[in-house]
Design a protein around this ligand. Sequence first.
Ligand code: SF4
Length: 350
Amino acid sequence: MQTSFLGDVVLTTPLLAELAARGPVDVVVTPAAAPLLATHPDVRTVFTYDKKGHPFAPATLWRLARSIRLAQARAGDPGSPIAYLAQGSVRSALLALLVGCHERIGFATSGGRYLYTRRVPYRENAHHAARLLSLAEAPRSTGSADELSASSSGPRVLLYPAPSDVAAVDALLGRAGAAGSPLIAIAPGSVWGTKRWPHYPALAAALARDGRIVLVGSAADTEIARQVAAAVGAGRAIDATGQLTLLGSAELIRRAAVLITNDSAPQHLASAMGTPTVTLFGPTVPGFGFGPLAPRHAIAEVTNLPCRPCDRHGPRRCPLGHWRCMRDLSVEHVAALVRQVTAPTVSVPL
Ligand code: SF4
């Protein structure tokens, strides 16, 4: 059960891989996140639960539980599946009960914990991908807590763009005359207003000489992407916002030399595709466990602001009005981090 944000779904993929080694894995996600896992080899069936479209309603939960039970019966499953509550609401726990899950495993801090049969510690200092993976640990396993807390990188997350996603990116780059060009991907949007760094136009203009700027995001990011593209110059940036599926965006990010992003979903797409990443943290901090996991990454943040972090997600507006956590992050500093993560690695012969 993972009905959280898109990024959380990406970070659940190591748990899916672990569980797939034990038996078939069915997932319940939101309709928005379902395409992310549609091609995933560790997932048998993707079920969707539209929490927004269906406020808490026993009949809705019952219908979804029934369809899961029927599908699992048709597949010849022995019954009594195990539920892993990666998302911790009471509704998700109730759904697991209705499906007939005899074991319900989730975090000890979750709202639905009283309906779980096993509660796993929520390790505050671990990456969230490692936290989620810990749901699959055997009870009272030793050593794993130390492993998790020592890991600043976390386990490998993976996504699998379909051939149609690859073809869509080929077509997009072909139309832009950018096939084979070095690409610098920028994801300037975020659902949360205070997470959107205001200096992307200046950064894009500064980086445009190093590669084609390509703007990644959903249709909701089109206006901010237009502003960034305008700073680069007419026709020189490629605006892919709203033009690709989620896995298409992942494929486009895979082809880029680097992704510069806020603390938002594209960062996790880059982690899954192994693209060097520079993530800008403002009202949130990497210590929450949602930092980049790509092998080469850097974090840009203002470290001497006593108000950081001020919110688990990022408020719509800065409660102090000055928004220095983002405004004080300079273009020069972020550009230097981009050069750092894209610099060729030097191997020294022995
Ligand atoms: S209160 Fe501080 S951390 Fe929060 S948005 Fe304002 S400047 Fe950023």
